[in-house]
Ligand binder design. Structure first.
Ligand code: FE2
Length: 448
């Protein structure tokens, strides 16, 4: 196994906040490293690149985990060999053309997700405009589609596997417009842009699509301008604001949204959603509350829930499915918005020093809520992404991949798990000579 030299930025003066300690801490070098050491065997059928975005403050300091400069890690897999490349998203914030945090759409850290659509790649942060990158991880620049994206743009657009469309939104915490829906055609043209009415500004991190609808989540992590003006953390848990789901036809607009009240709770990430007859099923990683202690408090832990919206009765059935603490859920991307049996998620961390990345990965049966467990040993994991083996196979015929970090050896790995032998040993562990910090979201991009 490779070893990594201790990085002085991460040998943990304990006064650093948790998000700059250990493997949350940033790395300094942008490298391309070929012929990585592999334990096991990379399946020959895997041909493409896994790209993942994350937080890596170039100065070594950020006020919040979510604020660090975006850095993409890309693992390229071909003919059983692997290489890894890491590059910053080169934004005006990184280049020093802009000062700190502001609401200018160009001022993005571009650090939360990297999403392919219509042959292009977008580095996304939900507070700002998209940044486009090329497949060699050069930053092309801000892309607001000729000014048609008028404010922030979510880090969680949905790619429809049936139509090839990208469905997305932007939320703003200061009105009067709190939410806007965007729909892109399969060629990447923005073909619909609709303002959607919300009573107040809420943190809307993600949303849901089905075959015919999108479903909004108006959940009470609310923004307070008064708190912001007073220099206090502007977001916080505000259960009196209530919780609602809004069902809207994909080609519809504000007047078409049907709102359904639910119990107060929060969802950062849905697992998947679909239509069954006259109901809409949402399987989500749900917290009873979030940011109770304000914006800096992300200690809340999600568990698996199912919401079933009965469009005829006008009701929502809310079911707690499982009590493992888990988030960063994914499904086979060919079934986004369609009925799915399996969902994959990362166990959340247990300690104040590591709130996000636990040492188990779950493969849920979404009908029963029962997870199969992949034990990572001493390795803290990350978002598990599914790679299909080929065209037209079973839903779980493929591999689950993720970045992990061994807390004993300080070595980072890219792990490949057979999704149909989920609790078995990994198919391959690919070791990175340079540490890979914990990050946020990524995607598998097959070689075209
Ligand atoms: Fe997210």
């Amino acid at each position: 196994m490779s070893t990594t030299e201790a990085d002085p930025t991460t040998t943990t003066p304990t006064e650093l906040p948790w998000h700059l300690q250990g493997n949350y801490g940033p790395i300094k070098e942008e490298l391309t490293l070929d012929n990585l050491e592999v334990e096991g065997e990379i399946p020959a059928g895997i041909d493409g690149t896994y790209m993942r975005n994350g937080f890596n403050p170039i100065s070594g300091w950020s006020d919040h985990w979510f604020f660090g400069d975006g850095m993409i890690h890309a693992v390229d897999l071909r003919d059983g060999r692997a290489s890894i490349t890491n590059r910053y998203v080169r934004t005006p914030v990184l280049e020093g053309d802009k000062d700190g945090f502001s609401m200018d759409p160009a001022n993005s850290p571009a650090n939360t997700n990297i999403v392919p659509h219509a042959g292009r790649l977008f580095a996304l942060n939900e507070g700002f405009a998209p940044y486009e990158m090329d497949h060699d991880l050069n930053t092309i620049g801000m892309e607001n589609f000729d000014g048609q994206i008028v404010g922030p743009f979510t880090a969680h657009p949905k790619l429809c596997p049936v139509t090839g469309e990208m469905l997305a939104f932007g939320y703003s915490v200061v009105g009067p417009e709190f939410l806007r829906y965007y729909r892109f055609d399969p060629a990447g043209n923005l073909v619909q842009s609709e303002p959607i009415t919300l009573p107040t500004g809420v943190m809307m991190h993600d949303f849901n699509i089905t075959e015919n609808n999108v479903v909004w989540m108006d959940l009470p992590v609310c923004f307070s301008l008064d708190k912001a003006m007073a220099g206090e953390a502007p977001f916080g848990w505000t259960p009196d604001n209530g919780s609602r789901l809004g069902v809207m036809p994909r080609t519809g607009g504000d007047a078409d949204v049907r709102w359904f009240d639910i119990e107060p709770g929060y969802v950062l990430h849905p697992v998947n959603s679909w239509e069954e007859g006259d109901t809409i099923v949402l399987v989500v990683c749900r917290l009873d509350s979030f940011m109770d202690g304000g914006f800096d408090d992300i200690s809340g832990k999600a568990e698996l829930w199912r919401w079933t919206i009965d469009l005829t009765a006008g009701t929502v059935k809310e079911e707690h499915l499982d009590d493992h603490k888990a988030d960063f859920p994914r499904v086979n991307d060919r079934l986004v918005g369609l009925q799915t049996r399996f969902g994959y998620a990362q166990q959340l961390g247990h300690t104040p020093e590591n709130p996000s990345m636990g040492q188990e990965i779950y493969k849920y049966d979404l009908q029963t809520g029962i997870p199969e467990v992949h034990d990572l040993g001493n390795v803290n994991g990350g978002e598990p992404v599914f790679i299909p083996r080929g065209e037209g196979g079973a839903e779980d015929d493929g591999w689950v991949v993720l970045f992990g970090h061994d807390v004993e050896t300080d070595v980072s790995e890219f792990r490949i798990i057979d999704a149909q032998d989920f609790s078995g040993p990994p198919v391959a562990r690919v070791f990175s000579p340079q540490r890979v910090p914990y990050g946020a979201h990524g995607n598998w991009i097959p070689r075209s």
